[in-house]
Design a protein around this ligand. Structure first.
Ligand code: RNT
Ligand code: ZN
Length: 416
């Protein structure tokens, strides 16, 4: 094993790439794991059905039914992921005392105390998200842009409650909490008024931000979307809305790479974002035609996103989270595959002689650039990955899947 790594280290050294530096950098890069893949975004706030332009499909057995099961599943999944993670919690995952219940606009830090305890025991940072969906007041697919003031006010109170919970997360864990706002608002058919809903959304966001919060503790981000199921003709929080709002109010933009037209790629957007913003947040997913939520693979776009982060020296300026929900396969496996792939993509990017390649581009040496990049594809990055896993104390190869099979047999299959 060790000599396979030594061989890889020398091979990379010969092209000026330091594998030790790559491993060190990757070990320090946290990726935020989305709790909602574990139970198909059902959460614990109510027993309602999922609504609001997002949908899970599939009925693979064994979804977590309560906080204990979700935490146990997360633990198992984390044990199969090398490196550093954060945990991304949605507001629809409060953990109430027996008999207790409050609506989304009355959530308090104490309702998330068990998540804080979970995170602290495992040394995880926490991120957070208002849940503006799957609720009677979001039934018509409108929340912060709703024409009725009392409905907008409910969601404004919800988002402010989420800012308080995010502050609590940050204080308790000692790392800033990214709080990402996404709303499903839009129309199935051609709207009669496009400006009005966007103006109302902007006003609602202004009210939320006016609550006053510590910007060193909470990074508020706004996620845009091109369309959703049931809102095919118009989404209030479009890309232009998101970018302009975030830039004008000094909050962060969050780009989900499943939220653009099919030939648009986030990898190409990152450099522009980095030129004009201190930080940018990502939801890494895999878009398949009209759907935006498939498990992340080690595909070209994931690798190119990683290249842009690494070669622009933006590892601490791009906040990476995963976001997908597949209910048709083992949910832990979905978590692990997506996390390991994002990390593999980052590792490949860290093992690329970017300065040399840039020089080739600048000198017009595009023939050599193509030849060298193609050669690099068969370099032994897998040996460096294996070494990274060994140092993290995590199974390095496909044997991790045996753990999933055992867990499925011993734990998941008994959840009936
Ligand atoms: C939906 C957005 C959003 C959600 C989560 C659950 O299209 O991507 O980020 O996936 O908030
Ligand atoms: Zn997203």
């Amino acid at each position: 094993m060790q000599n396979m790594y030594s061989y890889a280290r020398e091979k990379y050294a010969a092209i000026g790439v330091d594998t030790e530096a790559a491993i060190a950098k990757l070990s320090a890069m946290p990726i935020s794991l989305h709790c909602w893949q574990g139970d198909d975004i059902k959460g614990f706030a109510n027993d309602g059905e999922l609504s609001g332009g997002i949908q899970t499909t599939g009925n693979y057995p064994g979804a977590a039914r309560n906080p204990e099961e979700l935490m146990a599943d997360l633990d198992k999944a984390f044990s199969l992921m090398p490196g550093k993670q954060r945990l991304n919690v949605h507001a629809c995952y409060p953990i109430f005392e027996k008999g207790e219940w409050v609506d989304l606009d009355a959530l308090e830090p104490k309702h998330f105390a068990k998540w804080v305890e979970f995170a602290k025991e495992r040394g995880l940072g926490l991120d957070f998200n208002p849940s503006c969906f799957s609720h009677p007041l979001a039934d018509d697919g409108l929340t912060l842009s709703h024409p009725k003031k009392e409905i907008r006010d409910f969601w404004i109170r919800h988002c402010i409650a989420c800012i308080r919970i995010s502050e609590y997360f940050a204080r308790e864990t000692g790392t800033p909490c990214l709080m990402n706002i996404w709303i499903p608002d839009g129309y199935k058919d051609i709207p009669a008024d496009r400006l009005g809903p966007r103006k109302r959304f902007a006003d609602s966001l202004d009210e939320i931000l006016a609550c006053g919060y510590d910007k060193n503790l909470v990074y508020v981000a706004l996620e845009s979307k091109v369309f959703g199921i049931g809102v095919e003709s118009y989404t209030v929080g479009s890309a232009e809305f998101g970018l302009n709002y975030a830039a004008s109010r000094g909050i962060m933009s969050l780009m989900d790479n499943g939220h653009y037209h099919p030939t648009e790629v986030v990898s190409d957007k990152l450099s522009s974002m980095l030129l004009f913003n201190e930080k940018v947040a990502l939801h890494v997913t895999r878009a398949v035609r009209w759907d935006s939520d498939h498990v992340v693979l080690l595909d070209d776009e994931t690798k190119e996103i990683a290249n842009e982060i690494v070669r622009n020296d933006a590892c601490d300026r791009v906040l990476i989270a995963l976001d997908y929900f597949d209910a048709s396969i083992n949910r832990l496996s979905a978590w692990v595959v997506g996390m390991r792939n994002m990390q593999k993509a980052l590792l490949c990017a860290l093992l690329t002689p970017h300065a040399d390649f840039t020089k080739m581009q600048d000198e017009g040496n595009t023939t050599e650039l193509m030849a060298m990049r193609e050669e690099l594809k068969s370099y032994p990055w897998g040996e460096v990955w294996a070494e990274f896993c060994r140092r993290s104390g995590v199974i390095e190869d496909s044997k991790w899947f045996d753990e999933i099979k055992t867990y499925e047999k011993e734990v998941l299959s008994k959840r009936v």
